[in-house]
Design a protein around this ligand. Structure first.
Ligand code: C5P
Length: 229
């Protein structure tokens, strides 16, 4: 008889940090280099906020939003030929809607509700599949995968993070000002770091990397050196 598959044998690398720390880009590159699965947990919070908005729910109604998050179907479709992947939420292509700062704000608001966080736990754990998982978020190393073998926390100065997000959003053609963006990022960071449940903070055993002034390639190389010394 085959032994029951033990998920705790599947290696996990958690990459946590605030918005604009480079997490998203770095996590995708590291996952591709290792040929591991990728969990973009922020996309799940954005998708839950989006689904709640489509359903016309009051985003402060924790029970209703949590029920909606539990029932939500999310599919990540890989992009072809270097094109960005698409995110389907309850059968609708929500890719563009999820990228906006409005979606980020809704995600951050519902992410402060313990009921909503609990509703998304199983969905996140299900991403742990062989040969390994790179998990990108705010609480990957502290709450969702506390047993992860590898934990990294990326930071960068608030000004640099706002500049990076500005470039990304501008490139996508989304109208936004740098000053407005920096204010929104500061509000979101404060809410994420001060909330009672799963606040944004490095796990005690995480390697903290300040990426201010450091290019993506260098950060990726540093992280790969941790996983494959
Ligand atoms: O990473 P991203 O900007 O897509 O995340 C959007 C919001 O979702 C964050 O501001 C945060 O409030 C929330 N989030 C979270 N826990 C995670 C990932 C995202 O609370 N693991």
């Amino acid at each position: 008889m085959n032994p029951a598959p033990n998920v705790s044998d599947i290696p996990v690398l958690t990459i946590d940090g605030p918005s604009g720390s480079g997490k998203g880009t770095v996590s995708a590159r590291v996952a591709a280099a290792l040929d591991w699965h990728l969990l973009d947990s922020g996309a799940l919070y954005r998708a839950a906020g989006y689904a709640a908005g489509v359903a016309g729910l009051d985003l402060s109604d924790a029970e209703a939003v949590a029920r909606c998050a539990r029932a939500m179907r999310v599919r990540f479709r890989a992009g072809s030929d270097g094109a960005a992947g698409r995110v389907m939420v309850n059968g609708h292509d929500a890719t563009d809607a999820l990228r906006t700062e409005t979606a980020a704000g809704a995600a951050s608001a519902i992410a402060a509700l313990p009921e909503v966080r609990a509703a998304l736990v199983d969905l996140q754990l299900a991403f742990r599949r062989r040969p390994g998982l790179v998990a990108d978020g705010r609480d990957m190393g502290t709450v969702i995968f506390p047993d992860a073998a590898f934990k990294v926390f990326l930071t960068a100065s608030a000004a640099e993070r706002a500049k990076r997000r500005y470039k990304q959003l501008k490139a996508k053609g989304l109208g936004i000002t740098l000053a407005g963006l920096q204010r929104e990022i500061e509000v979101r960071d404060r809410r994420d770091a001060t909330r009672a449940v799963a606040p944004l903070k490095p796990a005690d055993d995480a390697l903290v990397l300040d990426t201010t002034g450091i290019g993506v390639e260098e950060v990726v190389a540093k992280i790969l050196a941790v996983v494959r010394p």
